[in-house]
Ligand binder design. Structure first.
Ligand SMILES: C[S@@+](CC[C@H](N)C(=O)[O-])C[C@H]1O[C@@H](n2cnc3c(N)ncnc32)[C@H](O)[C@@H]1O
Length: 408
């Protein structure tokens, strides 16, 4: 399969015969480490305590081989799983048996999220790593609105549009480099990115990153979600924003603690706040655009033009690299200007600027077409090696107690 088709990314994984997230957990200590890592995400980043899962009915969409589902079971939930790629089911079942959690594994269902019709409601539902590929969002929002009990929680992990800048760059550069060296594949990816990959702590194999990000036809801005639209659409469906990573709300807001904010007011606040964070999300650095709306919109438009250029480059359309190089250089200059963006310290601003300058320099080399120079830069430039952006976001919602649509 080479073409992306909404809601069918599982077919891409099936065709590749590779599990994108398989961590091959073997010993109780390995599972303990994974549980501890998930605890840190849930408690520190999402303000969700594991006790939420104790005795809960949990539903996970797209669990892949089920490492995260094991954690929910360890925290005391009974988990029903909706995973259309049946190839991974034996691994899920083996994991639950191996770790003595078989009695916490409920049903396995091979529907896609958009087709799934729950026969009960759940205290918590989780969908990590794929909902941006199910478009329009209303198709999966309909499912979760039926599946989650009033007061229940929805936990999402997805690719966000502006935040996707560096990941899309990785894919576009991979295509261009592949074109120059006789085909984009695992070998060309190694020449370009193996050194970078080895600078970060990772559990997944390089091959699965190549399959899941660089070669994946769903690595496209068509398959990302705009965070403020997501918050608004879920509000319309009866879900109130609870918490996110990175943060979406205005953390400096003030007000009398007893004054109740309506869900609409929270949506409006996030809609004002997020455009001011677009550069932060795109670069993965703490930056805040504090100028007038016009300036903020201008910064957003710069990111949008870069995304459009990179999308064309990833599709090998036209000659977009010179313009992409100019776009990164201009964004770098904007980041260097304290009148446009707040940074908590000089180091943050310098680091963000260095990232954008490195992306500009590599784009220029990609435009020039000298494979050896491109590979050398990508493998050794310190700023490029540190540049990963903030591609994926967590967002947590609470189903309003009086929301319509549940099945029980
Ligand atoms: C990138 S993996 C993420 C696995 C796991 N949730 C995690 O975050 O570690 C995406 C998973 O979603 C599944 N998936 C893809 N499209 C889906 C859909 N429309 N409905 C349900 N699951 C889907 C895939 O088969 C795969 O197991």
């Amino acid at each position: 399969m080479t073409k992306a088709e909404s809601g069918r990314m599982h077919a891409y994984y099936e065709a590749k015969g590779l599990s994108p997230t398989f961590g091959n957990l073997r010993t109780p200590e390995e599972l303990d480490r994974h549980v501890a890592m998930r605890e840190r995400i849930f408690i520190d980043k999402l303000n969700v305590v594991p006790q939420l899962f104790a005795g809960a009915r949990a539903l996970e969409f797209g669990p892949d081989t089920g490492e995260n589902a094991l954690v929910f079971a360890r925290w005391g939930a009974t988990v029903d799983l909706v995973e259309p790629n049946r190839q991974v089911w034996p691994q899920i079942e083996a994991y639950f048996r191996h770790f003595g959690l078989a009695d916490r594994l409920g049903t396995l269902d091979d529907s896609s999220i958009q087709q799934f019709r729950p026969s009960q409601t759940y205290d918590v539902a989780v969908a990590e790593g794929f909902i941006q590929t199910v478009q329009p969002s209303s198709t999966w929002i309909g499912t979760v609105a039926h599946a989650i009990a009033p007061g229940g929680m929805l936990i999402l992990f997805y690719y966000e549009r502006a935040s996707f800048l560096v990941e899309l760059f990785h894919r576009a550069a991979h295509r261009r480099f592949g074109h120059l060296v006789g085909g984009a594949g695992l070998d060309s990816a190694r020449r370009l990115y193996e050194a970078k990959w080895n600078t970060i702590p990772h559990v997944r194999r390089f091959e699965s990153w190549v399959m899941d990000v660089l070669d994946n036809p769903y690595s496209s801005i068509r398959y990302t979600l705009d965070a403020s639209q997501l918050v608004a659409e879920l509000a319309d469906a009866g879900f109130r924003f609870y918490q996110s990573w990175p943060r979406y709300r205005d953390e400096l807001r003030m007000g009398w603690h007893k004054a109740m904010e309506t869900t609409g007011a929270v949506v409006a606040e996030i809609r004002r706040q997020l455009p001011r964070l677009a550069v932060a999300h795109a670069t993965g650095r703490s930056l805040f655009a504090y100028g007038p709306d016009r300036e903020v919109a201008d910064l957003g438009a710069r990111i949008d033009r870069l995304l459009t250029g990179l999308e064309a480059a990833a599709d090998e359309k036209g000659e977009p690299w010179p313009e992409i190089a100019d776009g990164f250089a201009a964004l770098g200059r904007a980041v260097g200007d304290p009148a446009l963006l707040y940074a908590p310290d000089d180091a943050t601003r310098t680091e963000a600027r260095a990232s954008l300058d490195a992306l500009a320099a590599l784009s220029r080399l990609l435009a020039g077409g000298e494979a050896a120079a491109i590979a050398a830069f990508a493998s050794t430039d310190a700023a490029f090696l540190r540049t990963w952006g903030q591609p994926a976001h967590y967002a947590v919602f609470r189903r309003l107690p009086d929301a319509p649509g549940g099945t029980t």
